[in-house]
Design a protein around this ligand. Structure first.
Ligand SMILES: COc1ccc2cc(-c3cnc(C(=O)NCC(=O)O)c(O)c3)ccc2c1
Ligand SMILES: [Mn+2]
Length: 249
């Protein structure tokens, strides 16, 4: 309700947490996507934005994440892709990013074990990646339609936190999700203090439309299902065994 402040300094309001948890469980089950606005409040969001800008100004963001062949061909001659840094949140001057990840960790863990978890109950989410701090440097940088986890690498939920103040339509950089088997498309503007969750697998092909303005900031964490991750690592180990079989004379 109006009287529940979103966050006390340092701690998190029980009511706020429970409300967000309900939205995540309900929307992921119903739409495979969950958007939460005014997630942490403007003050905390500002601290996180300042930490991201500091990373950028210190050259911590590296251009060019791995992209598949045809994308590189398509992108040749164009400015493409985001600049990224992998952050644990424990680095110096990254404590607010760390707090963000901690809150999202507890929300995802609680949602996974929620009594109405539904499809979420099929997972046992025990791991996650580090936080990928990303900046699309404007000048029409984009990300072609793709699936985050097309081949069962263990990632089950993509969590993206956006940090773009005063974002407007002609700034571009909208995230378009094409939920599998549905005819409606979700167009998600990368608004300041907006939190987004969606299934990482083939249920959610998505693309980032060309970003016009200078910098489009986002922080992404991928949550892993233990079983799928272990099976993936086993496949990887087996593959390495068979391909790098020691040759005996
Ligand atoms: C092997 O090393 C790497 C390192 C980083 C990688 C990052 C991505 C990636 C995937 N999705 C998105 C996205 O969908 N963003 C949506 C949005 O910003 O609104 C994005 O920005 C980046 C994919 C593969 C990678 C491989
Ligand atoms: Mn993606």
């Amino acid at each position: 309700g109006a009287d529940s402040q979103s966050l006390e300094e340092g701690g998190f309001n029980e009511e706020w947490f429970a409300g967000i948890l309900e939205s995540i469980v309900r929307d992921l089950n119903q739409y495979g996507v969950c958007v939460i606005d005014d997630f942490l409040g403007a003050e905390r969001a500002d601290h996180i934005l300042n930490e991201v800008k500091a990373l950028e100004s210190h050259g911590a963001l590296e251009a060019g994440q791995v992209v598949s062949r045809q994308v590189q061909d398509q992108a040749r001659g164009m400015i493409r892709g985001d600049q990224i840094a992998w952050v644990t949140g424990g680095e110096p001057h990254c404590s607010c990013i760390g707090q963000l990840v901690t809150v999202v960790d507890s929300l995802v863990a609680k949602a996974n074990k929620h009594q109405d978890a539904g499809m979420l109950a099929n997972y046992n989410i025990t791991w996650r990646t580090r936080a990928m701090v990303a900046c699309y440097p404007g000048r029409d940088t984009h990300y072609v339609k793709h699936v985050d986890n097309p081949n069962g690498d263990g990632r089950c939920i993509t969590a993206i936190y956006y940090l773009n103040r005063d974002w407007s339509e002609d700034d571009g950089g909208v995230l378009r999700i094409y939920p599998e088997g549905k005819d409606q498309v979700a167009s998600i503007e990368p608004l300041f203090d907006r939190m987004l969750f969606f299934w990482s697998d083939r249920r959610n092909p998505h693309e980032v439309l060309p970003a016009k303005i200078t910098s489009r900031y986002a922080i992404t964490v991928w949550y892993l299902d233990q079983k799928e991750r272990n099976e993936y690592l086993a496949r990887l180990a087996h593959h390495q065994m068979t391909t790098t079989q020691p040759t005996h004379a």
